[in-house]
Design a binder for this molecule. Structure first.
Ligand code: GDG
Length: 465
């Protein structure tokens, strides 16, 4: 890499050693390549100052504070109550509040003004996620010519979804101001191309790049992965069944998700309840362990999904529990990562049923944690980005309770040979398409942009349209 790598994400790993696949991968890339990581500090202040340096392990980190109003308008309101539901096909949950777009855009503009003087022309800037969609447009206004990439971790909104966004007019310009737009799936890429296909001033070149007014940019899919080997190894450290005090006959079905409406938790509980209702006496007993740590609790829609789950879990346990058996174990707290891996390994079924999800790393973690000799079965929603790569899972429609209940039954009684065959294919994919591979292929594509753009400009001057 000739210039530096500058990563921008909402949060930086400022609280000790990083954990979690993505953060670790970016951390290791920055350690190897050198560079800079910029994000919010997680603190709110009355009058925010310039970027502050904090110690990074082998690279630099800079953070900026938000005011209370900015935290509300930029983070809680526009990012998480407008863009998040919009991208997760839940326009009904969009909460438009006066002025929140201006605050969101204002934070992006202020950040662009702070970053622009730091960026050298041969640096690579890599922006992460929907918190910073207008950032490149503001950096361009500040005269930044460097190559700027974006990775959108969540589903790309359809033209229909965007109809609910008052700022939809600006959306194509935000995206086109980046040089490389990374999406999770081929399906997302088609959705993005569909948007530009319908716009005046947009054109697709023969090499697959897009032109929108004076901007050339590329849209590709880079399915994110995990560190499969590390996760597999850590799953063996503890005995998940012992952690849960499971009786020898009891089977475990596991779900692990931030408590978010996009994760389809209500229908998952309903499907498990339906399975319990239809369970024959001679079928083994199974318990659903749902770990759902809190997230964005200040947002109303999140409070509602929490209440819904408490209601269903309470009702179903009241109906089906026996002395010594609680069919739904619901933990509304985060569990340490090493325990999580062992719990996945102890589970006969991994239940991953989002109604919309960019990728879903839990599906990959579940597969990585399994014992290849006696693996569990992954049940995966067709609406998780991961379904594009993980065809050997039992693919379900997360709206169809009866189908999901049937898949739980099928998974719990699946013959060993079929479990092994399915797991073999899934495990191969998780190990090969890991997070290190993801980082490298994204950065390689980003690095190649200036040369591809120059070659194309030359072709166009030789053969003008
Ligand atoms: C976004 C996109 C995309 C969960 N509970 C605990 C815990 N977790 C960890 C899981 C997993 C991570 O959180 C969740 O990742 P997901 O991919 O499932 O979902 P999002 O948080 O929505 O992530 C998603 C991802 O970005 C990456 O691009 O795949 O589609 O929405 O790693 O293990 N970790 C611990 N305790 C818990 O209780 N330690």
């Amino acid at each position: 890499m000739s210039g530096r790598l500058i990563v921008v994400s909402n949060r930086v790993p400022s609280d000790g050693p990083p954990s979690g696949g993505l953060v670790v991968a970016l951390h290791e890339t920055l350690q190897a390549e050198g560079g800079l990581w910029i994000g919010t500090s997680g603190e709110t202040v009355e009058s925010p100052g310039p970027l502050r340096d904090i110690d990074g392990d082998g690279y630099k980190m800079k953070v900026f504070d938000l005011t209370n109003d900015e935290y509300e308008g930029y983070y809680l309101s526009y990012a998480n109550s407008v863009l998040w539901p919009l991208c997760h096909r839940r326009s009904d949950l969009i909460s438009l509040s006066a002025g929140s777009f201006d605050v969101y855009d204002g934070v992006n503009k202020r950040l662009a003004e702070m970053i622009a003087p730091l960026v050298e022309p041969d640096d690579l800037v890599w922006v992460h996620d929907y918190h910073f969609m207008p950032l490149a447009a503001h950096l361009r206004e500040q005269g930044v010519k460097a190559t700027i990439g974006y990775f959108h971790h969540i589903p790309f909104p359809t033209t229909h979804d965007l109809g609910a966004l008052p700022e939809r007019k600006h959306f194509p310009d935000w995206i086109a101001a980046f040089d490389l737009v990374g999406l999770q799936t081929q399906n997302d890429v088609s959705t993005a191309l569909e948007l530009y296909r319908g716009l005046n001033g947009a054109e697709m070149a023969h090499d697959g790049s897009l032109y929108y007014h004076d901007r050339r940019f590329e849209v590709h899919s880079f399915p994110i992965g995990i560190d499969g080997h590390a996760f597999h190894a850590s799953a063996k450290d503890q005995d998940g069944r012992a952690l849960l005090n499971l009786s020898p006959q009891e089977q475990l079905v596991i779900g692990v998700d931030r408590l978010d409406y996009s994760k389809g938790l209500g229908n998952r509980f309903r499907a498990f309840a339906r399975y319990l209702e239809t369970r024959k006496d001679d079928e083994p007993k199974a318990a659903l362990l749902q770990i759902a740590p809190p997230t964005r609790e200040e947002v109303q829609a999140y409070q509602e999904v929490r209440e819904e789950l408490e209601l269903i879990a309470g009702r179903e346990n009241g109906i089906h529990s026996e002395l010594g058996w609680t069919p739904i174990r619901y933990i509304h707290r985060a569990i340490p990562r090493d325990q999580l891996a062992s719990l996945y390994r102890a589970a006969t079924v991994g239940l991953v049923t989002p109604v919309a999800d960019g990728m879903n790393l839990v599906a990959k973690e579940y597969v990585a944690a399994q014992d290849a000799e006696d693996p569990g079965v992954l049940i995966l929603s067709a609406f998780a980005g991961a379904a594009e790569q993980m065809e050997a899972a039992l693919i379900v429609n997360p709206y169809d309770i009866e189908e999901m209940a049937g898949a739980i039954r099928q998974a719990l009684s699946m013959p060993l040979k079929e479990r092994q065959d399915r797991h073999k294919w899934l495990f191969k994919g998780v190990i090969e398409d890991d997070v290190a591979n993801w980082t490298q292929s994204y950065l390689k594509t980003l690095q190649g942009i200036p040369a591809r753009a120059a070659a194309q400009a030359e072709r166009m001057s030789l053969y003008p349209a």
